[in-house]
Write a protein that binds this ligand. Structure first.
Ligand code: FUB
Ligand code: ZN
Length: 623
């Protein structure tokens, strides 16, 4: 069956396909088996390890109090807690990224820094397993009442602990050393001793622990962590009230997804990052228990997010007030919040949905978020960050070196080195190819070891050569995602056109005996497209956005000096030239056209604000 993907609030055509429940045991191929050889991701990952990681390390250790809070809590330094109550989480997220980076590209200096920080963290952990420097250290009163540890759902103790667990699992996988993992299990045992059936109730005000406990379960095989995660998810909506944070208790309850049991949710609401981490945890729990209890909710929520509440960039959470969702189709451009963390969360969640169902529509959204809203979060040089990602600017929005609340840079920093996680999946009979980029990966097909080599200039070109090298000839299916943006393509295996390929849930499936040196040639037509929004999005009435392949483009003042971009209009006859970018845009394809007799250049949205500050527009007037 051919399923055309569902396009969201920015396209008017959409039809619904019946939902698929997991029939097979789909597993993602881990990033450690995927090596980017050259091209787009190879160069982004180099910038990450050469620039972004050192920037994060310096910010955490030298330019903020985050590492010194751990040193103080470890008894190695005098002083009270400094910063914001969830600052520990930034350290953990950066450490997770450092651990992934060690696996891509071993660097003894990074390992030494990790070991040093793990030393502080271990010493900062309390005898009973509790770990959170804000509550361990004396601290100044902040904007709400403080009654000590485990007294307020809103204090992010489980959020910080969850990020610690994720970092510890990543470090254990990277080095085999158990010190950090022991801290994680001691903390999780502490949670398990306090919370659960017959013990105390608790609703974490910011989700994260749920998915982290599932990772800890997979690392240790201790089922109690999985059970605790599910119990925590099911605590929501039972009437335990969030304390007032900066809003009323009712509003906080709504913002923290504590109004209804999670299995009954059908409508997206509240804080976007919290939503994404929660849905990711729900999908993880479903997969680990092999249970469909959360599926109906997840499918309905996905429709609501993607069809009614998502920007063309894959960004979500349009409102500054709650860093989250408001009314359906309320997607303003200039005041868009679209937090970088929420976009990273979209990749996590959509990847889990893709693994759960084997349906490519989730990978389509994952790709959209990845190449647009997520990548916008870090400058091309790797040293400046966006927290908020508007789709229009008067010229007053710029990437910054760091933030007081630094969730986004540290999130980008763990996402990039693990991007290989999203490329391939396997099940009992198939190998799924989700994303395209130059890489060499080691995986298997029906139990036969197989190397796969992609050569391509994707996302700038749609021609992709995929060499298949199984250990010995193997019968099985290779499933290629045909992206939602692609309207025509050609496919050859060993030079021969495939006449009647089979469609399976948005994948083109090729079943045959695969032998050493077989080559798939996939050519995805990648014209420049003018995309219309759903007419219910008021901000985009009479406007079009420009997209080529998975990349959304924008107009910015830099490179278009002397042109008032707001006064320009697209016309049906616009012809675009695809040109190599220059200077900081080297290696990037930019688009040139003439509008109202003015030559203008469009740049990828993710690459804006890397030159002189100025106005920017994604949605352009259309005649
Ligand atoms: O509260 C922790 C993180 O800080 C949230 O996920 C972000 O939205 C930011 O508020
Ligand atoms: Zn953030």
């Amino acid at each position: 069956m051919k399923i055309k993907c569902l396009l969201a609030t920015f396209l008017s055509i959409a039809f619904l396909a019946a939902e698929v429940y997991p029939q097979e045991n789909i597993k993602a191929v881990p990033f450690t088996a995927v090596k980017f050889t050259n091209g787009f991701w190879a160069s982004r990952l180099q910038t990450h390890s050469r620039v972004t990681l050192p920037v994060c390390i310096a910010q955490l250790r030298d330019s903020s109090s985050r590492i010194s809070n751990f040193q103080k809590a470890a008894g190695l330094k005098e002083g009270e807690f400094e910063g914001t109550f969830f600052d520990d989480s930034d350290v953990y997220k950066a450490m997770e990224g450092m651990a992934y980076s060690l696996q891509n590209n071993y660097n003894p200096e990074v390992e030494a820094i990790l070991d040093e920080w793990i030393g502080y963290i271990s010493k900062a952990q309390q005898k009973d397993g509790y770990l959170n420097t804000f509550f361990t250290l004396p601290h100044k009163r902040d904007y709400w009442d403080d009654h000590g540890r485990w007294t307020d759902f809103g204090r992010h103790e489980m959020y910080c602990g969850g990020h610690m667990i994720e970092a510890a699992v990543a470090y254990f996988n990277a080095t085999g050393k158990r010190t950090f993992l022991n801290v994680a299990t001691k903390f999780a045992d502490h949670l398990d001793s306090m919370f659960g059936p017959g013990k105390r109730d608790w609703v974490p005000g910011h989700q994260e622990i749920e998915l982290a406990l599932v990772k800890l379960y997979h690392a240790t095989n201790e089922k109690k962590y999985l059970d605790l995660s599910k119990w925590i998810l099911d605590e929501r909506g039972k009437g335990f009230m969030m304390g007032p944070m900066w809003m009323s208790s009712d509003q906080s309850n709504r913002n923290c997804q504590n109004q209804f049991p999670v299995a009954s949710l059908d409508n997206i609401d509240g804080h976007a990052v919290r939503d994404m981490y929660m849905f990711t945890g729900m999908a993880d729990i479903s997969a680990a228990y092999d249970d469909t209890i959360y599926h109906t909710a997840l499918f309905k929520l996905w429709d609501d997010v993607v069809l009614r509440n998502m920007y063309i960039t894959g960004g979500i959470g349009s409102s500054h007030t709650n860093e989250g969702f408001v009314e359906d189709f309320d997607l303003p451009n200039k005041s868009a919040y679209s937090e970088t963390c929420a976009s990273v969360g979209m990749v996590f969640w959509n990847s889990r949905m893709n693994i759960m169902t084997g349906n490519a529509k989730y990978a389509n959204v994952m790709e959209r978020a990845m190449y647009n809203a997520v990548l916008a979060g870090v400058s091309l040089a790797g040293d400046h960050f966006f927290y908020v990602n508007p789709l229009e600017s008067d010229g007053d929005h710029h990437r910054q070196r760091w933030f007081g609340t630094a969730c986004c840079p540290s999130n980008i920093s763990r996402f990039l080195p693990s991007v290989g996680n999203y490329f391939y999946m396997t099940d009992d009979s198939s190998l799924f190819i989700n994303l395209y980029a130059a890489n060499a990966a080691k995986t298997h097909l029906k139990g036969t070891a197989l190397e796969i080599v992609q050569e391509t200039a994707y996302p700038w070109e749609g021609s992709i050569s995929i060499k298949i090298n199984p250990e010995h000839t193997v019968d099985g299916k290779i499933k290629l995602r045909i992206p939602d943006w692609c309207k025509s393509y050609t496919l050859k295996v060993n030079g021969k056109q495939i006449a009647n390929p089979t469609w399976e849930e948005g994948y083109l499936s090729i079943g045959r005996a695969w032998s050493q040196g077989d080559v798939i040639l996939l050519n995805l037509d990648m014209p420049v497209e003018e995309v219309a929004a759903d007419p219910r999005v008021k901000a985009n009435i009479g406007k079009r956005a420009i997209q080529r392949g998975p990349v959304v483009y924008c107009l910015e003042k830099a490179g278009n000096e002397g042109v008032d971009i707001e006064k320009l209009s697209l016309t049906p006859k616009n012809k675009f030239r695809v040109v190599d970018g220059k200077g900081i845009l080297q290696g990037i394809k930019v688009l040139q056209t003439t509008l109202q007799s003015k030559k203008v250049t469009f740049v990828p949205y993710y690459a804006w604000d890397n030159r002189e500050p100025g106005k920017m527009l994604v949605w352009i007037n259309n005649k």
